[in-house]
Structure formats: C-alpha cells, structure tokens
Design a protein around this ligand. Structure first.
Ligand code: OAD
Length: 253
C-alpha cells in the first residue's frame, strides 16, 4: 500500500467534521469470521442463502437454520477476537470530531474493540426474539446446543436470531442513523464490504451525492469503484493501523 495514499486519506480524516464509516464482513475476516461472498471461504459460496437466511428457509427447516446460527454465534463470540482493523476504527473515532460507525456485521467485534454507539444495520447474532410475536428471548446455555430453536415463553412461536434475513426490513433506528450520517458526513470510510447488498450499499452513493469523499479499504476493487475517490488496497487489519499512525503524526505537526 502506497504511503502517499495513506497520507492523503489521513489528511481527509484530519480535516473532516463528520466521518461516517460503513463496515462489512471483510473487517472481521482477519478475526477468523467467514465473509459471505469470497470464493471458497464465503458462506454463500458453500451454503444456499435462501435456505439459511429467509423466512421460507426457517419455515422449511428451523433446526438447520438454528444450528447454522448457533455455530456462527460460537465462532463470533467464543473463538473470535477483535483484530487490528477493529481497534484502528475505534482509534480513528477518538481522533475526529464526529464519527458514526455503521456495520452490516452481526458480530460484536467493533464494540469489543472499544467502538461505541455502533449502528447494526443487519441486527445482532447475540440477540434473540420470537419469530411470531417479536418478544425478546434471553438464550439459555442448553438452548445453544439444541437441535431445534426454543419456543417463545409467551406465544409458543419459534425463537430466531435478531438478524435481518433476505426480504426483511432493516431495523428502523440503525437505518435512520445511517441515512442521516451518510447525508451529512464529509468523509465516508467504507471497509470490507462488497457493496452489493442494498439498502446498505446505497449509503456510500448517498454520501458521494451529498459531496462526501469516499475512501474504500478492501483487498479487491469491488462494486463501489465508480464512486470511490481514494482506494486503499489491502486487508483492513493492515491498512487501518497505518491510517491511524498517519493521522496521529498529522495531529502532532
Ligand atoms: P461480502 O462477503 O459480500 O464482502 C466481503 C468483502 O470483504 C469483499 O469485498 C472482500 O474483498 C472484502 N475482504 C475480504 N477480506 C478482507 C480484509 N481482510 N480486509 C478488508 N476487506 C476484506 O460481505 P458484506 O459486504 O458484508 O447480509 O455482505 C453484505 C451482506 O450480505 C451481509 O451483511 C449479509 C450478506 O448476505 C445479511 O445477512 C442480511
């Protein structure tokens, strides 16, 4: 990664009043959490998204869906630790006047790295609710190991993870916060997303249309290339710490 580009990005951050940041599965890849669309390792290269992440899939085989999410929960909560990219984003947030972190990830690695007020557009894998009456369900240890989802104590409906499945609405609070930040920010920092799942992928476009500079951190050029002003090619666990270093050096000047 070109040092001049890192410095250019650091200058943009140093001058910004409001930085909005959109992260995707790539930011957690170096923590050992699989992405969705990377060939070979991505979830959707191995599994059918409709079978595992839709109402129809849950109705057809609730046990299959439950076990898949319980395995992902275990890898996110018990095996994965935040990586240098997560930590760097919390550090950038502390160095700019306003930082809004929007993530498509359902893990809690941003929070565990010290980020606060994270807007989870696609929900959280560690929260549960009834698929019928929507009441929150507090998961018990034995339910994690069960072959079938537990039943809601109130209505008897099946309990599901509080994540967004294909065809479902995004949660209102996070989407409103994300839209506002994308409209108002002067820098949109995009990290580790393929940029093809909407409406999340709309956010960098919205920011760009409203005059923000779009910086993309990713090992691969993706769908956002046409609106990216500065492309920082590489894994976020390597690129973002360098950005923090450059930003700190600018602050000392
Ligand atoms: P994808 O799997 O579509 O894209 C992951 C992106 O991360 C790709 O652009 C990779 O090039 C990049 N990447 C891989 N390793 C990286 C690294 N070390 N550092 C930085 N980037 C890296 O994941 P998302 O864009 O997050 O939705 O997918 C969006 C949504 O699609 C997900 O939230 C999920 C999925 O279906 C729901 O579950 C609702």
């Amino acid at each position: 990664m070109n040092a001049e580009k890192i410095l250019q990005a650091a200058r943009l951050l140093a001058d910004a009043r409001h930085v909005a940041c959109l992260t995707g599965a790539g930011v957690s890849a170096e923590s050992g959490i699989a992405t969705f669309r990377d060939a070979q390792t991505g979830h959707w290269s191995r599994f059918d998204p409709q079978a595992l992440a839709s109402q129809a899939g849950f109705a057809a085989d609730p046990g299959l869906v439950w076990r898949w999410y319980m395995d992902r929960l275990e890898s996110a909560r018990e095996r994965a630790e935040p990586n240098a990219g997560h930590v760097a984003l919390a550090e950038i947030a502390a160095r700019v006047p306003r930082f809004t972190l929007i993530t498509q990830n359902v893990d809690d690695l941003h929070e565990r790295a010290g980020s606060t007020n994270v807007h989870h557009l696609h929900g959280s894998i560690g929260r549960f609710r009834c698929n019928e009456c929507e009441r929150e369900h507090v998961l018990r240890a034995e339910e994690r190991r069960a072959e079938m989802p537990p039943q809601c104590a109130v209505c008897g409906g099946l309990v599901r993870p509080d994540v967004v499945w294909f065809g479902e609405m995004l949660p209102r609070g996070p989407i409103e916060a994300a839209w506002e930040a994308a409209t108002e920010c002067d820098v949109m920092l995009v990290v580790g997303t393929s940029g093809i799942v909407y409406p999340a992928a709309q956010l960098p476009y919205l920011a760009s249309e409203n005059g923000a500079t779009v910086i993309d951190v990713n090992p691969e050029i993706g769908a956002l290339a046409d609106i990216t002003d500065l492309f920082l090619q590489g894994p976020s666990g390597e690129v973002l710490p360098r950005l923090v270093q450059a930003l700190s050096a600018l602050h000392k000047e």
